[in-house]
Design a binder for this molecule. Structure first.
Ligand code: SF4
Length: 389
């Protein structure tokens, strides 16, 4: 039987605490033997650890590794990141998603150069003031790079703690998070705090998994109340997130003389500063003919050219945290047009974009993953049409 929801006062963590350091000793011993190899784990360089921690937010380790290596090769120091144009930083980030992270990294690197002579600050309160660095990232960098006795609490650590303590509070609620932060801070040992934090995260990622915890392989099984009470698989409790909204758009793939028309999204909001095919949200209309006519008019007005359109029947779906984006695709070919629509020239779109440009190869500018998906579907459609002629 699950126990009732526990409050902060009711959660007993004495079995995990020093001076009986058996718990931290066992989990560190396990980590020394079982930790997965990751390029950033070879380093105590705060810059490399910071980059890895920011990339790892909402992203799998295997996805992050090549991005991390490319990023560090291009920007080996904080100074080199601070000096780089933002567009170059975004280009290296393209495909990782959550692009705000890249912009904040860039801003923070500039600030570190201005205020700390390019050296990552060592004090926890100073780390916390950097753009884009919250309590989790500050804890990870502070503990791993500088041996500060500060906790981390991500989804993995929350799950491990909730199970160790048989805690049935709703971890989506601030009160439960506050309690778990406090517990994470209380159990951290003075010796090797960074490794301890990594061990807790690693245990959650590889052993104490969400659906089927491998309790028989768990180094800290003897401390685990949920395992003893048979409640591990129902923990942690988490209330549902807000509903995902579906957004339907029309994207126009327009190519001419080996160049493709891309538009730069304005600052602020989703994918800001990235380039994409001109796209329009289709509000409330399921009528694709109406959407198609509206799109034709807008592009024609913007470019001042006559365009012939073909509809692609396979839409592209792209899942974001709170939105499901569905792109209908139109492939356009220019029938006749002014000289300023010619390849290589800069053009102005009268659309909610900052600018528009004909580019040779979409990867010459930073694009989101969804733009690559749209291009792949459009090119497959063009290829199939050619081969069936
Ligand atoms: S014993 Fe099982 S539930 Fe408990 S911490 Fe280990 S893997 Fe997780």
């Amino acid at each position: 039987m699950p126990s009732k929801q526990k409050t902060a006062d009711q959660v007993d963590i004495s079995h995990l605490l020093p001076p009986n350091s058996l718990f931290s000793g066992l989990i560190l011993q396990w980590f020394d033997l079982a930790a997965r190899h990751m390029p950033w784990r070879k380093s105590r360089d705060p810059y490399a650890i910071w980059i890895s921690e920011v990339m790892l937010q909402q992203t799998q380790v295997q996805t992050v590794i090549p991005y991390f290596l490319r990023f560090l090769a291009a920007f080996p120091t904080i100074e080199s990141l601070a000096r780089a144009p933002l567009q170059q930083v975004l280009k290296l980030w393209a495909g990782l998603g959550y692009y705000r992270r890249a912009k904040q990294l860039h801003s923070a690197a500039k600030l570190i150069v201005q205020q700390y002579q390019g050296r990552f600050p060592r004090e926890f309160p100073a780390i916390l003031t950097l753009p884009g660095i919250g309590r989790y990232t500050a804890g990870a960098v502070g503990s791993i790079a500088f041996n500060l006795r500060v906790p981390v609490l991500d989804g993995n650590v929350m799950r491990v703690l909730a199970r160790l303590l048989d805690f049935h509070g709703d971890i989506a609620q601030p009160a439960a998070q506050k309690l778990l932060w406090q517990i994470a801070a209380d159990i951290i040992p003075a010796d090797r705090p960074g490794d301890f934090n990594q061990a807790m995260m690693e245990l959650g990622a590889t052993v104490c998994k969400p659906l089927s915890p491998a309790c028989d392989q768990c180094a800290v099984r003897r401390f685990c109340l949920a395992q003893q009470r048979g409640t591990a698989e129902m923990l942690p409790r988490k209330s549902k997130r807000t509903a995902v909204r579906t957004v339907t758009c029309m994207a126009i793939v327009l190519q001419r003389n080996e160049h493709t028309l891309l538009c730069k999204r304005p600052e602020g909001g989703l994918w800001s500063g990235l380039w994409e095919f001109p796209a329009f949200e289709i509000y409330g209309s399921k009528d694709s003919r109406h959407a198609l006519n509206a799109a034709k008019k807008r592009v024609k007005k913007s470019l001042g050219v006559d365009i012939e359109f073909q509809a692609v029947h396979k839409p592209v779906r792209h899942q974001l945290t709170h939105r499901l984006m569905i792109y209908q695709i139109l492939i356009g070919s220019i029938k006749n047009g002014r000289r300023d629509a010619a390849a290589g020239k800069r053009i102005t779109m009268h659309l909610p974009y900052e600018s528009a440009r004909w580019v040779r190869g979409i990867n010459s500018v930073p694009v989101a993953r969804v733009t690559e998906k749209i291009l792949a579907v459009a090119e497959a459609h063009i290829h199939n049409n050619r081969s069936t002629r």
